[in-house]
Ligand binder design. Structure first.
Ligand code: SF4
Length: 336
């Protein structure tokens, strides 16, 4: 029997709803969630393909989990680092943070050189703005925020875009397009407190400080569904600090993240890499131990989107795997 169930898209921080089609508990496809207030009936291709990214996993193996616990017991806590990824739910991140704090493990929260801000612009702020400054190809990479920029333009807003690529969907709607450094873009424009700056990439933390110093409404759009939630719990690291920490790491725990494709580092230099993952990827390929876990389709949780809205999602189907929260409970028991 076919069923349609609502959930959230896990493929970027915009926070769109998505419908999943199940045939006798098996996921067979997706289609847009018509009444969802964030995406209003639209989903981009990444969102539509998100359910397909949950690949076949090896069966859960308790021995692998015990091996991971034994590595942690015999290793140095100061040289153990945990990747704090925005792919995880708020509930998983609370459990990961508590594991790190009670054992003195290092937390590495890297978000493409972006960080968290106490106050951010809402999607409504975008539609009501007169001047919008965009850094990056938002219309292509985060289209359901891009749609708000198009609406703002139709409402009379002036759109200034800075990106290293020309002739993109975002540059094509710009009233003014530049391809300069973020520093020059901020310094050369008259950005006031009424303006909105939307960005999904910068070159450094210095750029972020400069963006923040404009006192305008800021909207960082992260590449992962719950990076905003992660950065509500711990501070983001710059790329340089992340690499320095990895250089001092002997055991690396990675919960639900394809870290090797995000940080340019020789991961083979780390003695032990343990990956907890709902799918196979380049990071599981280089791991010493891989422990398959539930995907977001198989447990209850919440994500906080880039405008700060926390939305719950529910398990859509049965699973033989453990959730990250349950895995951490087992690790805590093993470490006692
Ligand atoms: S814009 Fe982001 S959250 Fe929305 S459907 Fe696309 S990938 Fe998913």
């Amino acid at each position: 029997m076919f069923e349609i169930k609502h959930t959230l898209c896990p493929s970027c921080s915009v926070g769109c709803g998505i419908n999943v089609i199940l045939d006798n508990e098996e996921i067979v496809g997706t289609f847009p969630y018509k009444r969802h207030p964030v995406n209003e009936g639209k989903n981009c291709l990444n969102g539509r393909l998100s359910a397909e990214n949950v690949t076949d996993r090896h069966p859960f193996d308790l021995k692998a989990l015990n091996d991971a616990v034994n590595k942690l017991k015999s290793g140095s806590n100061e040289k153990t680092t945990v990747i704090f990824s925005g792919n995880n739910s708020n509930e998983d991140l609370e459990a990961i943070k508590s594991l790190c704090e009670s054992n003195g493990f290092n937390i590495l929260a890297y978000a493409d050189n972006l960080k968290g801000f106490d106050s951010v612009a809402s999607y409504e702020d975008i539609e009501n703005a007169s001047n919008i400054f965009v850094i990056g190809n938002i219309l292509y990479e985060n289209p359901l925020v891009g749609r708000r920029i198009v609406r703002a333009k139709n409402n009379g807003a002036k759109i200034y875009v800075n990106d290293n690529l020309e002739n993109t969907p975002t540059s094509n709607i710009a009233d003014e397009f530049t391809s300069v450094s973020v520093k020059e873009f901020i310094e050369n424009n008259n950005i006031d407190e009424e303006s909105v700056i939307i960005f999904n990439k910068v070159d450094s933390f210095e750029d972020l400080n400069l963006i923040e110093s404009t006192n305008s409404n800021l909207l960082p759009v992260y590449s992962k569904s719950n990076t905003k939630g992660a950065l509500n719990l711990v501070e983001a690291m710059s790329k340089e600090d992340a690499i320095e920490l990895l250089n001092n790491t002997e055991i690396l725990l990675i919960f639900n993240d394809d870290t090797v494709n995000e940080i340019d580092f020789d991961f083979k230099s780390i003695s032990q890499i343990v990956v907890f993952s709902p799918s196979e990827n380049d990071t599981t390929e280089i791991a010493d131990i891989v422990i398959p876990v539930k995907s977001w389709l198989e447990y209850d949780g919440s994500f906080t989107n880039c405008e700060g809205l926390t939305q719950k999602f529910s398990s859509l189907c049965e699973s033989d795997y453990m959730s990250i929260t349950d895995i951490i409970e087992k690790i805590n028991e093993g470490l006692e």
